[in-house]
Design a protein around this ligand. Structure first.
Ligand SMILES: [Zn+2]
Ligand SMILES: [Zn+2]
Length: 159
């Protein structure tokens, strides 16, 4: 599983940078967990530790792996920012996910249109609107990076 270390660290760093706390990335650690069967991963925000299920990881696509790592990183980021009130999948965690360019994939409690610092992008296939960070928008525009709509598997275009 060592071959994944670099990519996992990159995703953690990207997620922290997109949330404006790049320095936090250095202190976040991850470990493999051989016992998790039903859950993909979890986070221990007070220890800045992410535990990833080996079983789930092997069965996941690249997109799902990135989503898993960023989901847990966002728990740590929101805890670091807001403490105990940020635990769970409420608005603090959701905001961090959207900043990281990830779909919170839950009932969204926040008004996305109020997050003015984000750029809108659209899936050319299903027309779903995505809110992405300026960092991600720059990567699309200037570095040809592709961020896919997970449902359609096609790259989103900036609006
Ligand atoms: Zn979670
Ligand atoms: Zn789509």
């Amino acid at each position: 599983m060592w071959e994944y270390s670099g990519r996992i660290k990159n995703w953690i760093r990207e997620c922290c940078e997109d949330n404006g706390c790049g320095h936090l990335a250095e202190s976040i650690r991850f470990v493999w967990n051989k016992r998790f069967q039903s859950k993909a991963a979890d986070a221990r925000p007070t220890q800045k530790l992410i535990r990833i299920s080996v079983v789930n990881w092997k069965a996941s696509t690249e997109e799902q792996k990135e989503q898993t790592v960023k989901h847990e990183t966002c728990h740590i980021i929101s805890y670091y920012r807001y403490g105990d009130i940020s635990l769970g999948h409420g608005r603090h965690w959701q905001t961090a996910m959207i900043r990281a360019g990830c779909d919170p994939d839950r009932f969204v409690e926040i008004d996305l249109n109020k997050i003015v610092s984000y750029i809108k992008a659209i899936c050319p296939s299903c027309q779903k609107i995505f809110f992405i960070s300026r960092t991600k928008a720059r990567r699309i525009k200037y570095h040809g990076k592709v961020y896919k709509c997970q449902k359609c598997n096609v790259g989103v275009t900036l609006l």
